[in-house]
Design a protein around this ligand. Structure first.
Ligand code: NAD
Ligand code: UFG
Length: 338
């Protein structure tokens, strides 16, 4: 049985479907602080099966222990965490507590229950401002905000855990920019309030929930001056987790893997691709650079293929089409009636 912390969230809910399709049994644990149980209800609709769900906080030992008491948990996919960069600057202690203390409690409970396999959601943010692109796993690491530092610290904590006991099987997955949604249009990204990230902002502008997109800077050293990122379809990302679990037993040392496509697209490339996929206009205005943003960030994904046999399959058209299907069918996210 796989324990999926944060399984009601954006990436977690898509991963539940991939786990089901690959034949894994799993239980979801989430405190719903940034998600709703409706996402799991919709996953159940897609897979035609009830999902065992525990509402609890990873910082609470008893909450977690009750899952281990009920199920024989062999491995954990650990998505639970707070992820808003700007918010992490405003309330750093809350980020350190939720993400780092939460992971410590999770690891303690795992240890007490002799569960030694974990896949952790890390992020390309740990590369800071990369000296060159594409980014390889052995590039220098740094963080420019508390959110990024939680990812860096947790990576280190998990490496220390392995040093203390080589029976641990630990995979750190560094995601680039997840976008898109499941083909059904039933599940997708549902940010609270005004989206911080590009794709949900573009799609909300296309359904006229937002008047225009602010493009943060057009004077970067990129092909059109706007920031370049490695957008990866969330379903490809979900499959990366299945591959991680399937390869877990062969892992030596801590395995650290980039999950990206290896292709970089600018903000304006994404606006154009989205307009094409949706047939809608996405009005935009050039705005000042956003503090902390880097010019270019995209992966060298070759190691993921080498060690996990995983490679992203879906291109930017499909990412935009699927984001649009989700957004247009659910203009109010999970509050939308279906
Ligand atoms: P999300 O917010 O949709 O999902 C995270 C889930 O964790 C939510 O359902 C939330 O309710 C839950 N959660 C948070 N704190 C918890 C706690 N203390 N106890 C129990 N549950 C808790 O985010 P996502 O986009 O699905 O991201 C999943 C993971 O991937 C996060 O760790 C995030 O930092 C990481 N990540 C995300 C991105 C991205 O751009 N989406 C990029 C890189 C890494
Ligand atoms: N952007 C805009 N306007 C917006 C939002 C974003 O122009 O309204 C631009 C940004 O300046 C950047 C690009 O779109 O050039 C992508 O920005 P996002 O906020 O979507 O994504 P980031 O690359 O800044 O960061 C995301 C997550 C981080 C994660 C990182 C790497 O928010 O948590 O990807 O995985 F660490």
């Amino acid at each position: 049985m796989v324990l999926v912390t944060g399984g009601a969230g954006y990436i977690g809910s898509h991963t539940c479907i991939s786990l089901h399709e690959a034949g894994f049994d799993f239980v979801v644990f989430d405190n719903l602080c940034n998600s709703s149980q409706e996402s799991l209800a919709r996953v159940e609709k897609i897979i035609g099966k009830k999902i065992p769900f525990y509402q609890g906080d990873i910082r609470n030992k008893q909450d977690l222990q009750s899952v281990f008491d009920t199920y024989k948990i062999d491995s954990v996919i650990h998505f639970a965490g707070l992820k808003a960069v700007g918010e992490s600057v405003t309330i750093p202690l809350h980020y350190y507590d939720n993400n780092i203390s939460g992971t410590l409690v999770l690891c303690q409970v795992m240890q007490e229950n002799n569960c030694k396999k974990i896949v952790f959601s890390s992020s390309a943010t740990v590369y800071g401002d990369p000296h060159t692109t594409p980014i390889k796993e052995d590039f220098p690491l740094s963080a420019t905000n508390p959110y990024g530092r939680t990812k860096l610290f947790i990576e280190e904590i998990l490496r220390d855990l392995y040093v203390s006991d080589n029976e641990y099987k630990i995979i750190l997955l560094r995601y680039f920019n997840p976008v898109g949604a499941h083909k059904s249009g039933l599940i997708g990204e549902d940010p609270n309030g005004i989206p911080n990230n590009l794709m949900p902002f573009i799609s909300q502008t296309a359904v006229q929930k937002r008047e225009f997109l602010s493009v943060f800077g057009d004077d970067y050293d990129t092909h059109d001056g706007t920031g370049v990122r490695d957008y990866i379809h969330v379903v490809d990302l979900a499959l990366g987790h299945v591959k991680a679990l399937q390869n877990m037993d062969n892992v030596q040392n801590v395995l650290t893997v980039n999950l990206g496509t290896g292709k970089g697209y600018s903000v304006l490339d994404m606006v154009k691709a989205f307009e094409k996929a949706s047939g809608k206009k996405v009005p935009y205005k050039i705005a000042p650079r956003r503090a902390g943003d880097v010019a270019k960030c995209f992966a060298d994904p070759s190691y993921a293929f080498e060690v996990l046999g995983w490679r992203a399959q879906k291109g930017v058209e499909e990412m935009c089409e699927d984001s649009w299907r989700w957004q247009s069918q659910n203009p109010d996210g999970y509050d939308s009636k279906i």
